[in-house]
Design a protein around this ligand. Structure first.
Ligand code: ZN
Ligand code: FE
Length: 262
């Protein structure tokens, strides 16, 4: 279920794309602005927009991978929208025309997002944090019950990126770009079988998937309670991995390596 943003006029939408991608749409009817997050393809977005009678003003690109940017050029050509992406990855973000840095704010009508630089999955990965709407567009950094693979960055980099997210308010909705929750949960259960929050979440996920519904966005507080990649300090995980005296970063690195071959 998509969250009610609690502010009149603005709403969040989720368009399934490809095998397991989600494209998010943020629409503010008060100022008639629309943004798409990580459009893997143009067609599902243009279909949705024309059904609603909306234009497209912005694309928020979290990172360069094709399953997140495949629709950028065509959408920009069709709608004249701006493409916002990371300054230091500009040569890999198709259609980019607004370049942003860590800590910068991007304005979306009455609201704005803070740019968080979160290397690990790629070296140019960013997230868009709308504190006023309690929304985090986390791309492929943080998934429900999982985290992104380390394609470019190192485990310590990803650990720091996730630690940054862990410090955000627990009532933040994590809007990730993939429906990976069920598979992530199977791994999570092997490293923390006694975690009741995880067990509860898995029951909920099973019900949602059986009904053909999305399991994301999820609340950051629930991720902190159930997602092993945010829980390197968990005594049970440390016991299961036989790493009682390792640092949290070392436990995280081991978890990530185990998940790669799970
Ligand atoms: Zn990716
Ligand atoms: Fe992806």
């Amino acid at each position: 279920m998509l969250p009610d943003l609690g502010r009149p006029g603005i709403a969040l939408f989720q368009i399934p794309a490809r095998k397991d991608n989600y494209i998010y749409l943020l629409h503010d009817e008060e100022v008639n602005l629309t943004a798409a997050v990580d459009p893997s393809d143009a067609a599902p977005v243009t279909d949705f927009l024309s059904a609603k009678g909306w234009g497209l003003d912005y694309i928020f690109s979290t990172h360069h991978h094709h399953d997140h940017t495949g629709g950028n050029e065509a959408l920009r050509a069709a709608t004249g929208c701006h493409v916002i992406g990371f300054e230091h990855d500009a040569d890999r973000i198709p259609g980019i025309d607004i370049r942003v840095e860590e800590g910068e704010r991007v304005t979306f009508g009455r609201f704005s997002a803070e740019i968080l630089y979160l290397p690990g999955h790629t070296l140019g990965h960013i997230a868009f944090l709308f504190s006023g709407l309690k929304l985090l567009f986390s791309g492929d950094v943080l998934f429900s019950l999982g985290c992104g693979r380390l394609f470019e960055g190192t485990a310590p980099q990803m650990f720091d990126s996730l630690r940054k997210l862990r410090r955000l308010p627990g009532d933040t909705w994590v809007c990730c770009a993939h429906e990976y929750t069920e598979a992530n949960g199977r791994f999570a259960l092997t490293v923390e079988p006694g975690n009741e929050a995880l067990q509860r979440r898995l029951r909920e996920v099973a019900v949602l998937r059986r009904a053909g519904e999305a399991t994301v966005p999820s609340l950051l507080a629930d991720e902190c309670a159930a997602n092993p990649f945010l829980r390197a300090d968990s005594p049970e995980i440390r016991l299961m991995l036989d790493m009682p005296y390792a640092t949290d970063a070392e436990v995280f690195a081991r978890l990530r390596a185990m998940k790669d071959v799970f």
